[in-house]
Ligand binder design. Structure first.
Ligand code: NDP
Length: 293
């Protein structure tokens, strides 16, 4: 038996179609166009591509977007001043700072300057704390996309043993928290984990986010598991591959995400959703800070 492939492009398209309607409703009934501001510092080529893709996705769904570009040697205070101005701008509902920032920047200082109700990446320390306590108002986009993929395939999370490989602040840790919140028993593995396969073989749901090409092979996966591959790795021949060895895992797992075309398209999609949600809340005059969502 071959695994059912979870098609991220298809799910992303249907989620975007639903949220495009919400954006249109906001524009028509409230006269409010959701607005996203993206801040980019330096000339990292990958970051520039991500920003371009975000801007294009915004225009396709009806979100107004603007990019604030700073040179590599910009002082942190200049970026903080820009964020403070955007916090006050009623046409901007979401603010994101494209990471990584140059070495002279303190990530947390910059991210926490963003108004909590505009933190559509969900990286503000307040939002991370809210996620830990089960009160998240913006879910970080990549793990949020994974949850939506599972939901759209009616894959139950409650009571399942979920194993997350990777503990980064943007994927592994929030992923583990979201699965925990939904009633999974969660194991988190890292580069320090001894005998990784001992844990991955126990997973009903296995989420892999390591940046190590094809780390997880078929013999490390339980028969019938759901395998979500977050990794995006460029090989020396220019092709992309995930952190999961697609060919060997697809004959063992029940569900598998491909790379490309799996989690990738979901990440930007959830950013769009968070931005429209922020605009809906602003229009309704709801300040969610310190309140349960
Ligand atoms: P990081 O490098 O920040 O984190 C990688 C994590 O993997 C670390 O916690 C590390 O452990 C762990 N790790 C590394 N090697 C092993 C190993 N051999 N066994 C177990 N754990 C290991 O990466 P990110 O979380 O930012 O990204 C992970 C991957 O996901 C990358 O390929 C990235 O490109 C991709 N990505 C994809 C997105 C999408 O939209 N699809 C969005 C974001 C990321 P330790 O902490 O001990 O070092």
């Amino acid at each position: 038996m071959s695994a059912q492939i979870i098609d991220g492009r298809q799910i992303a398209a249907s989620v975007r179609a639903e949220w495009k309607l919400r954006a249109e409703k906001l524009i028509q009934s409230g006269g409010v166009t959701p607005g996203l501001a993206v801040i980019i510092v330096g000339d990292n080529p990958a970051s520039s591509i991500y920003v371009r893709n975000k801007v294009k996705a915004c225009s396709e769904i009806g979100i107004f977007s603007e990019v604030h570009s700073f040179s590599q040697d910009t002082q942190q205070q200049d970026v903080l001043d820009c964020i403070h101005a955007l916090n006050q701008n009623p046409h901007i509902h979401g603010i994101l700072v494209q990471l990584p920032l140059p070495p002279q920047f303190e990530n947390n200082r910059v991210i926490t300057a963003i108004a909590v109700e505009k933190d559509v990446d969900g990286f503000h320390l307040y939002n991370i704390g809210a996620l830990v306590t089960g009160n998240a108002q913006f879910l970080p986009c990549t793990p949020y996309g994974v949850i939506v993929m599972l939901e759209r395939h009616h894959i139950s999370i409650e009571g399942q043993h979920a194993v997350v490989v990777g503990r980064s602040n943007i994927v592994g840790k929030p992923m583990a928290l979201m699965l925990l919140e939904r009633g999974a028993t969660v194991t988190v593995c890292t580069s320090k984990t001894r005998d990784l396969s001992q844990f991955t073989k126990q997973a009903d749901i296995l989420v892999v986010a390591t940046g190590k090409p094809r780390l997880i092979t078929g013999d490390m996966v339980k028969a019938g598991a759901v395998v979500i591959d977050v990794g995006i790795n460029r090989l020396p021949d220019g092709t992309l591959c995930g952190d999961v060895d697609y060919e060997s895992v697809k004959s063992v797992a029940d569900y598998l995400t491909p790379v490309p075309g799996g989690v990738g398209p979901m990440t930007i999609t959830m950013l769009l959703c968070n931005t429209i949600l922020a605009a809906e809340r602003a229009h309704a005059g709801i300040n969610y800070k310190y309140k349960q969502v």
